[in-house]
Design a binder for this molecule. Structure first.
Ligand code: CP
Length: 308
């Protein structure tokens, strides 16, 4: 694999090979020197806790090293260096770059100028493919399978990049997909068309209460308030937005799994954390194993390392 920019690049077979490898990593069956003398470049133009730190941990666990990238204010972009020049220069300092950027197009532009393969660590509203890989891994671990499940994606399906990549990811499986959102926050049309092309059984609606009794997995996300310009609309959506509570879960299946890519705002009550259904902290930890598997694969690819 050269770069990983979108879930469009991965077939079901490739996803499952990665998840199987992640499981081996989790069980400790891996070469601790697999990334020896390799350097990861975490270039984040937006804040991150999970993606950045789990990639860094994954690289260190594989025996590799991580370039210390200073805060953006201390990079030459702050004195006017172009994004393209930054990518050209920084990509020469390591073997593999994880890039996060607020602009949807940035990872695709970066790929043209980079000497190192790029992993999309989240591009604007568009995608977050490695989040989806860990989401799928978490569903496998919690439910032992994905085929046959009823999965509800709940909340801001329009702006959340995690949702966009996840829709692409689950489109490979024989599931029933409940897309639950306010009308203004429906999933983008191309994703609905993809689900139709792949014959996924989709049920769209606004109310989680009406369907909660039949779902096995609830995946929710915070309202992407920074992407909504109109203050009136934002206030209304804030009032209407979803909130998962222990009381609500009493209407659902006893073993329904709650996933969330985090950051959490109010959409999952902290009282849910104590329930066995709350999978979101286990999910964050799973990111390390999945990212180890991905780094391993990219470091061992014959397409890897343009320069070294
Ligand atoms: N899930 C996720 O992308 O979290 P971070 O923004 O902390 O990386």
């Amino acid at each position: 694999m050269d770069s990983l920019l979108s879930m469009d690049q991965l077939s079901r077979q490739e996803i499952e090979a990665l998840l199987k490898h992640a499981q081996e990593m989790e069980h400790g069956h891996y070469d601790r020197e697999a990334a020896r003398r390799k350097i990861l470049i975490p270039l984040f133009f937006e804040p991150s806790t999970r993606t950045r730190l789990s990639f860094e941990t994954a690289m260190l666990r594989l025996g590799g090293q991580v370039l210390h990238v200073p805060h953006l204010n201390d990079l030459a972009v702050s004195k006017g260096e172009s994004f393209q020049d930054t990518i050209r220069v920084v990509s020469g300092f390591g073997d593999l770059m994880v890039l996060r950027h607020a602009d949807d197009a940035a990872v695709y532009l970066a790929e043209k100028y980079s000497d190192a393969p790029i992993i999309n660590g989240g591009n604007g509203c568009d995608e977050h493919p490695t989040q989806t890989l860990l989401d799928l891994y978490t569903i496998y671990k919690e439910k032992k399978q994905i085929d046959g499940l009823n999965i509800a994606l709940v909340g801001d399906l329009k702006h959340a990049r995690t949702m966009h990549s996840l829709i692409k990811g689950v489109s490979h499986y024989r599931i029933t997909l409940f897309l639950i959102s306010p009308h203004e926050l429906r999933a983008p049309r191309p994703l609905l068309e993809l689900l139709r092309e792949r014959n996924v059984h989709v049920i769209e609606g606004r109310s989680l209460e009406q369907v909660i009794w039949e779902v096995d997995v609830i995946y929710t996300v915070m309202l992407q308030h920074h992407r909504i310009k109109d203050q009136g609309t934002l206030e209304r959506l804030r009032q209407e937005y979803y909130r998962i509570t222990p009381e609500l879960l009493r209407s659902g299946k006893q073993n329904v799994s709650i996933l969330h890519p985090l950051v959490r705002m109010n959409e999952v009550a902290v009282e849910v954390d104590a329930l066995p259904n709350a999978a979101y902290f286990r999910q964050a930890k799973n990111g390390v194993f999945v990212r180890m598997a991905l780094l391993y694969r990219m470091l061992n690819s014959t397409l890897f390392a343009k320069n070294f």
